[in-house]
Design a protein around this ligand. Structure first.
Ligand SMILES: Cc1cc2nc3c(=O)[nH]c(=O)nc-3n(C[C@H](O)[C@H](O)[C@H](O)COP(=O)(O)OP(=O)(O)OC[C@H]3O[C@@H](n4cnc5c(N)ncnc54)[C@H](O)[C@@H]3O)c2cc1C
Length: 418
């Protein structure tokens, strides 16, 4: 993370203390990414005394390292949602998911969070795709979901989008875009503190009792509260093995090039781009004209010096004209996926949780945090919509999920290469 483009361009932000005492709260939030920060903010706005414990530094997890792509909706598109969940449930779920975009944009604008917000659209670029199928998806979204923002692009349209002929069609969502995720999360933390949340950094929860009352132990203090939110996503580990077995962490790697000359810029309309490979490539320009390119998924995180060569391969395959381009920053993080690629949102006694956004959590996490805060304060409508589609756990839980997934990824990785 220290080597990331985001850390190098982070806005100054206030420090938060380490927990050094035993305290009580109405709501304890564990995890200082966007899920936890949002849950804390919206619960405090509803009058609760909220304490947030972060093991490292605010947004040091996925929220401060991701591709910054604002991708409205869920990993399952509108037609797939209807097929799997029925028309009515799919409509409610889709409407709620796409509301994440306006929620985040409103927070940024209302609270003047300086995070390079760019609302130019998100393009899903497809290789060996079916243009008619993308057209049907766009029509279905407009007619059945009331979402008229999708457009199918053919090869001619793509030539005006990207300086490559690597893809043959694409699905544009005009509501998408990109932002600087670390500066967004740091801004969210500032807004949460202004709303009354007490944030403690460098305070990892090393013991969690979940009886009538929740008690979280950190190295130098404890927090007790009647209600809690678990917002640790891929970093949950052994804090709750049952929940951790419901998600699969996958390492994804990102690089930022040196600033490009205008004639080198490969993303012609400044949109966020992700593609159709099983091991997804995602890229966009930064505010200072660098190509920020993510990909190179691996089962385990790589050392800092191994990342640039891994990511350079797909970058140069898609944009051969950038062969040898200087890579100035390289970093990695853990993406958590679920079996259905829908988020895993639920409740275990007095503990609410949200995890497993499957690569689309940059804005969904803020929505999920708000939904958890509402549920914790007695308004469960949106929580029920999301909790109803709870994905199945990975077979074998934490112990077997990785070997089984490695096999699956090898197979799909082979298909990508062929
Ligand atoms: C490399 C990468 C690229 C991505 N790109 C995109 C993208 O372009 N668009 C998109 O929509 N999504 C993307 N994602 C996914 C997105 O970043 C995540 O879904 C989202 O940030 C999850 O937020 P979160 O708050 O739930 O988890 P995190 O941001 O991971 O926060 C969890 C926090 O919990 C803390 N924690 C863990 N255990 C403990 C403990 N025991 N005690 C206290 N604290 C603890 C961690 O330190 C961490 O800060 C990407 C993810 C990665 C890793």
């Amino acid at each position: 993370m220290a080597d990331s483009y985001y850390a190098a361009t982070a806005k100054p932000s206030p420090d938060h203390p380490q927990l050094q005492e035993n305290i009580q709260a109405d709501l304890l939030v564990i995890g200082g990414g966007c899920t936890g920060l949002s849950a804390a903010l919206f619960a405090a706005r509803r009058g609760l005394r909220v304490v947030l414990l972060e093991g490292g530094r605010i947004a040091w997890g996925a929220s401060g390292r991701n591709g910054g792509q604002i991708i409205p909706g869920l990993r399952q598109g509108p037609r797939e949602l209807v097929k799997r969940h029925g028309r009515e449930e799919a409509k409610r779920l889709f409407a709620l998911a796409v509301s994440a975009r306006d929620l985040v944009v409103d927070l940024i604008l209302q609270h003047r969070i300086n995070c390079d917000l760019t609302l130019t659209g998100h393009l899903h670029a497809v290789r060996n795709g079916d243009l008619d199928d993308l057209r049907r998806e766009a029509e279905f979204a407009a007619e059945e979901m009331g979402y008229p923002h999708l457009a199918a692009l053919d090869q001619g349209d793509l030539a005006e989008e990207l300086a490559t002929d690597h893809y043959d069609c694409g699905l544009l969502d005009r509501e998408g875009g990109h932002f600087h995720p670390l500066n967004y999360a740091l801004g969210l933390a500032r807004v949460a503190v202004e709303a009354g949340v007490s944030i403690y950094q460098n305070s990892p929860v090393i013991g969690l009792k979940k009886n009538n009352i929740i008690e979280a132990r950190t190295p130098r203090g404890t927090v007790t509260a009647p209600l809690g939110v678990l917002a640790c996503d891929a970093l949950l580990g052994h804090l709750d093995p049952g929940l951790a077995g419901r998600i699969m962490p996958i390492a994804s790697h990102v690089v930022a090039t040196a600033p490009l000359r205008p004639d080198q810029v490969p993303v012609l309309k400044n949109r966020a781009i992700s593609d159709s490979y099983f091991s997804v490539n995602y890229y966009r320009m930064t505010a200072d004209n660098r190509l920020l390119f993510g990909g190179g998924e691996r089962y385990f995180p790589r050392k800092a010096n191994e990342i640039a060569p891994i990511v350079r391969k797909p970058l140069e395959k898609i944009f051969p004209q950038l062969q040898g381009v200087a890579i100035e920053r390289a970093w990695g993080g853990l993406v958590s996926i679920t079996t259905s690629r829908l988020p895993d949102i639920g409740r275990k006694g007095a503990l609410f949780y949200a995890q497993g956004y499957s690569g689309q959590g940059a804005i969904l996490s803020t929505l999920a945090g708000k939904v958890l805060a509402e549920a914790a304060t007695g308004t469960a409508g949106d929580f029920d919509v999301m909790a109803q589609v709870r994905p199945a756990a990975f077979p074998g839980g934490m112990a077997l999920r990785t070997p089984l997934h490695v096999l699956g990824m090898m197979w799909y990785g082979l298909r990508d290469r062929l």
